[in-house]
Design a protein around this ligand. Structure first.
Ligand SMILES: CC(C)(COP(=O)(O)OP(=O)(O)OC[C@H]1O[C@@H](n2cnc3c(N)ncnc32)[C@H](O)[C@@H]1OP(=O)(O)O)[C@@H](O)C(=O)NCCC(=O)NCCS
Length: 146
């Protein structure tokens, strides 16, 4: 299976919208956005030059999304993979590719401690835990690369 990143195309958004509304994904990351909220969010981030947004493909098929963005004065990475493709190493490879696309350092990631797959995908790529914090959904770990 060949994992690759390419710039997001508007036709990717329908899949992205469905993933972010999936209860299994909502359990591990930010709350689902309504269609209107999602449209406004995509419009905002695609117009923001500080956001790098890529679509993850596996053998050419759209399987996920990954981005880097600024929060406060720190740069963060975030991603999601379609449920039916979980556990195939896609996130691990996508993170590896994304930190080459965006070579700025440091890059941080905020992950629920319970999101073991996400923590592992980051650790495999050299991210190191630097702090823990509370969120409404439970304890989170912040990891750092560079
Ligand atoms: C988190 C997420 C991106 C992981 O994607 P993925 O493609 O399944 O991850 P990978 O296949 O690369 O797996 C990474 C590691 O986690 C392990 N893993 C995968 N699913 C797991 C699970 N349910 N429980 C424990 N470990 C798991 C894999 O074996 C792998 O470990 P290894 O490096 O020791 O082999 C995916 O589950 C997802 O999209 N979740 C919803 C959105 C989300 O949580 N995004 C991240 C927010 S910080």
């Amino acid at each position: 299976m060949e994992i690759a990143l390419r710039p997001r195309e508007p036709s990717d958004d329908e899949l992205h919208f469905a993933w972010q509304a999936d209860p299994a994904q909502v359990a591990t990351t930010v709350p689902a956005r309504s269609r209107a909220e999602f449209g406004a969010w995509i419009a905002r981030i695609t117009a923001d030059p500080s956001v790098t947004l890529r679509t993850i493909t596996a053998d050419g098929a759209v399987v996920g999304t990954i981005n880097t963005f600024v929060q406060g004065d720190e740069r963060f990475i975030g991603y999601r993979v379609a449920n039916k493709h979980w556990g195939k190493g896609i996130a691990t490879e996508a993170v590896r590719l994304m930190v080459q696309v965006d070579a700025s350092r440091p890059i941080f990631a905020t992950v629920l401690v319970s999101n073991i797959a996400s923590v592992k995908a980051l650790a495999r790529n050299g991210f190191i835990p630097v702090r823990e914090q509370r969120s409404n959904d439970g304890p989170e770990v912040v990891l750092r690369l560079g």
